[in-house]
Design a protein around this ligand. Structure first.
Ligand SMILES: [Zn+2]
Length: 90
């Protein structure tokens, strides 16, 4: 059940990414609409727990400011072996 939920979520993220890329490509969508997809900022992925978490752009900027290019730590297990999945509009 959880697996289904997760797969659905990943599909939505992928579709949203395609839609976002498509709309950027055609230049028909205003930038303000892009913010609706990822209002929290950036989506990150923790391979250790196989789960995603979001980081606000403010938090991300603050983290990079003091830690350089170290990936943002997972809020759940604290690992910095994380991957950035998708960014909101800069
Ligand atoms: Zn984790």
């Amino acid at each position: 059940m959880n697996q289904n939920l997760k797969n659905g979520l990943i599909a939505i993220v992928l579709i949203a990414g395609c839609v976002w890329a498509g709309s950027r490509f055609f230049g028909a969508v205003k930038s303000s609409e892009n913010n609706v997809d990822f209002p929290e900022g950036a989506i990150w992925y923790c391979p250790q727990e196989d789960k995603e978490f979001s980081v606000s752009l403010d938090d991300l900027a603050a983290w990079y400011e003091s830690n350089g290019d170290v990936p943002y730590p997972c809020p759940s297990c604290g690992s910095t072996n994380t991957l950035r999945r998708q960014a909101a509009v800069h």
